[in-house]
Design a binder for this molecule. Sequence first.
Ligand SMILES: Cc1cc2nc3c(=O)[nH]c(=O)nc-3n(C[C@H](O)[C@H](O)[C@H](O)COP(=O)(O)OP(=O)(O)OC[C@H]3O[C@@H](n4cnc5c(N)ncnc54)[C@H](O)[C@@H]3O)c2cc1C
Length: 478
Amino acid sequence: MLSAMQTSLNLTGAALTPGAQRSWWLREALAHDPGRPCPALSGDVNADVVIVGGGFTGLWTAFFLTERDPDLGVVVLEQDICGGGPSGRNGGFASGWWDELHGLVTLYGPEAAMRACRAISASITAIGDFCSRNNVDAWYRAGGYMYAITAGAHEKLCEEMVRLAAEVGAADELVALTPAEVKARCASPAFRGGAYMRDGASVQPARLARGLRRVLLERGVTIHEGTAVDRLDGTTAITPKGSVRAKHAVLAVNAWGVGWPQLNRRLVAWSSYIVLTAPAPDRLREIGWTGGELISDFRTSLRYFRTTPDGRIAFGGGGGRARRSIDHMFTHDARAVTETAEGFRLMFPSFADVPIEDAWGGPIDVSPTHLPAFGRVGETNVYYAAGYTGNGVAPTRVAGEALADLITRADTEAVRLPMVNARPRAFPPEPFRSWGAAVVRRAMIAKETAEEQGRAPGFLASQLARTPHRMGYLLGPD
Ligand SMILES: Cc1cc2nc3c(=O)[nH]c(=O)nc-3n(C[C@H](O)[C@H](O)[C@H](O)COP(=O)(O)OP(=O)(O)OC[C@H]3O[C@@H](n4cnc5c(N)ncnc54)[C@H](O)[C@@H]3O)c2cc1C
């Protein structure tokens, strides 16, 4: 029986049991095209490049390797199925980096920051081109990205974001919106003013991941699903029933990197959950949200939402969990679903009677800089890309190109991007890292919720939320 809270949130059974099944995106994508089977690895094989992880990073890396040299032997090993992880679970925001300028300029200076932003913008367009050229129907829609202010404290953040874009000569990329202009794009009573970034496209992420998988198989890449890599022995990937001895290995494991010695000091794993409504295209028309804009607020524990072609809203929110390893709390957290649904009901009261039909979650690989890094582990032939911090749809394609170019020693713009071989300040070791992250995360959510409700945030929550900045990390409020 549903509790009073669940009834008022109008959650359906599927939404109440996140993780009991695959994400709605992936179920939809598999129903559209289940794809050829890719059986688990059995036995010992040789390859030029072995890629651990069949999400966007691993798949784009394999894609660019085949572009650079079609004769390379490339093997992808995925513990689940391709797109079973966050690449098939995310909000489908392929969004620009003009909102990341503060961190980019601080770390790399304005010129390199601009190059990075332009590379991400080009990636968004290129994802659309990839879909058209390869007959991948991933519902690509370039509707831009609207930031909506939902608390007075966010007005300054919005102003600074827009001002910085103008200062680096990118005034057209990020423009301020008046409350009326925000309302014209999406009339939520929670929204005040905001900003609009033209670089933003929505995708059905699992269709994109599965489409990439199909293209790779057509190009002769070997993919083994249901194959967990226990460890790398040099550049040989060791799995329970076989190994891949390769000249180069790529760690494309996203938040699972917290369990890999090569990556663990670079990452904290936080959860994020998405709720999905039933189709309600009439309601979307009533609030004027028909332009396909990606929308988010300004919270650190970001709320982000987009529409689907059949008139649903997919609404995401960062859960309060930070964990030491990737466990069931990243996929089965009913409390996080309820919190996400509450956020949705707050912003879209006119959808009160529209049921939430589905919900799912996944881990996010938070980096110390809020930005990813791609590169080579020391002088080894092991490569990595990690730290997307919940913004990986467009950057993973850039990472895949950069890694392929590093491996094939191609001298390209991609390998000169500032994120390549970037060395961010490391997080503290465990157990302090995950304990600290969990405490700070709850404090950030408490502070931001108070601000949104027009209350003064508690002293302790405010102080704790600022801890990452005080420790020199580019995360959370300063
Ligand atoms: C709920 C949610 C919403 C998000 N929304 C957005 C969004 O709207 N826009 C955006 O840009 N980003 C978003 N993100 C982030 C985005 O999904 C990721 O940054 C992106 O998918 C990273 O791709 P990846 O290939 O690096 O990681 P993944 O997709 O996680 O792929 C890594 C793969 O490695 C596999 N793996 C791990 N360990 C092993 C092992 N030992 N052996 C074999 N395989 C292994 C995993 O099973 C997984 O499939 C969101 C993330 C979540 C969880």
